[in-house]
Design a binder for this molecule. Structure first.
Ligand code: A3P
Ligand code: MG
Ligand code: MG
Length: 383
């Protein structure tokens, strides 16, 4: 049935009928009740060291230290030349770190209820992906500039979703201005001013900023009928030993240009808070600490945002985003993927593609450049 569109609000498609060809992103289709989103549970974590090596532990987790003054005057440009080791972003790691974590923690995943039920799904989850890929899905109904490509493979009943860099994104990456390159450093520098290696020590602004280093949480949750397992980088945690257990003790650090006009405030609410909300809401990170900076990269104020209060904050904004549209679209996309990707084969990739002002479409690739599940993972999971 060529050209047939997947209708989100319509009656569910019987399992035997052929999948629809595209998914509409029109916002009004997704303006309904907020879907069930279970409180995310941390099932594990891992660390990537200064050389991007994987460790099945929390060695890279840092501790938030509140700045002494409300106007801290952190100079985010400091160390850009001389004390900065930048991760090589030409290297595409795909899902490899998450897959490594899965192999090291398989026993924790195959929970009792999964073992008891006659689930055809070996891992006990429907979707494995990065939090960042889900963030892109959540913001898609409001995105007007950047499209995306998501490669999907079904293996053992689980759908693995891994991003593919678009041509446009590759061009942008290869043609960044010197100013843009430096500004990408500022966010990491802010983390260095506010995060310490353990609960007792202080931040070390004189050290090296190395963006290979990361601490990642692995969470399990459910979006309507979709059981999700995903991982996301976490900037730091609350250092109070009495703080709640993860992910409720995690804190996301952000920087943004200081707000000085009503127009700037409105744009901050409409565009930046959408991305900030989506990124932290997904893994259940409750707080964002934002450093507002001037054009020279000096932080002039620091503010805390509670994720649960962001929807209130934006309510008076005209033409603003709605959390329910984001979540319903993501849910519908996952249903669309499930209906399309029925062949269970690590060598087959369905490449889902979206450009602003278009529907989501897909193409099928067997033994292609898009295959992303490594042999070491397939071998281990099928033995
Ligand atoms: P900001 O958060 O202050 O923008 P994250 O906030 O997700 O922990 O990312 C840390 C920093 O990485 C960001 O700081 C920004 O400097 C850089 N960064 C992250 N994603 C980026 C992107 N898509 N493009 C450019 N820089 C990015
Ligand atoms: Mg981060
Ligand atoms: Mg951050």
């Amino acid at each position: 049935r060529p050209g047939q569109n997947h209708h989100p609000a319509g009656p569910s498609t019987p399992p035997s009928s052929p999948p629809t060809q595209s998914l509409s992103i029109q916002r009004q289709l997704y303006e309904r009740d907020f879907p069930l989103y279970k409180q995310p549970v941390e099932v594990g974590h891992f660390s990537l060291d200064s050389e991007r090596r994987f460790f099945n532990d929390a060695r890279q987790l840092r501790y938030y230290v509140e700045p002494e003054k409300s106007c801290p005057n952190f100079d985010l440009r400091d160390g850009y030349r001389g004390r900065f080791v930048k991760r090589d972003d030409r290297v595409k790691e795909k899902l490899d770190h998450i897959l490594r974590w899965i192999l090291a923690n398989r026993s924790k995943l195959q929970s009792k209820d999964t073992a008891a039920s006659s689930s055809p799904c070996a891992l006990g989850v429907d979707i494995v992906t990065w939090r960042g890929h889900l963030t892109k899905l959540l913001t898609t109904p409001y995105e007007t500039r950047e499209g995306w490509l998501l490669a999907v493979t079904r293996m053992g009943g689980t759908l693995y979703i891994s991003e593919v860099e678009t041509e446009a994104a590759r061009r942008d990456r290869e043609n960044r201005t010197e100013r843009h390159e430096e500004m990408m450093y500022w966010g990491y520098k802010f983390e260095q001013y506010t995060c310490a290696d353990d609960a007792q020590s202080l931040p070390d602004p004189g050290g090296v900023v190395n963006t290979n280093e990361a601490f990642c949480t692995v969470v399990q949750t459910r979006l309507a009928e979709h059981r999700l397992l995903f991982s996301g980088e976490v900037d730091c945690r609350d250092k109070d030993p009495k703080a709640p257990s993860p992910p409720a003790n995690y804190i996301e650090m952000k920087t943004s240009l200081e707000i000085s006009t009503p127009k700037q405030r409105s744009n901050f609410h409409r565009f930046k808070l959408l991305k900030w909300w989506a990124q932290s809401f997904l893994p259940g990170v409750p707080r964002i600490v934002a450093g507002f900076r001037d054009h020279d990269g000096v932080v002039v104020s620091v503010e805390t945002y509670h994720i649960s209060k962001i929807s209130q904050l934006i309510k008076n904004e005209t033409n603003c985003w709605k959390p329910t549209v984001c979540m319903n679209f993501c849910c519908e996309f996952l249903s669309f993927v499930k209906s399309v990707v029925t062949e269970d084969d690590p060598r087959v990739v369905h490449l889902f593609s979206w450009d602003p002002h278009r529907d989501v479409t897909y193409s099928i690739h067997r033994d292609s450049q898009y295959s992303f599940l490594p042999d070491w993972y397939v071998r281990e999971m099928t033995s």
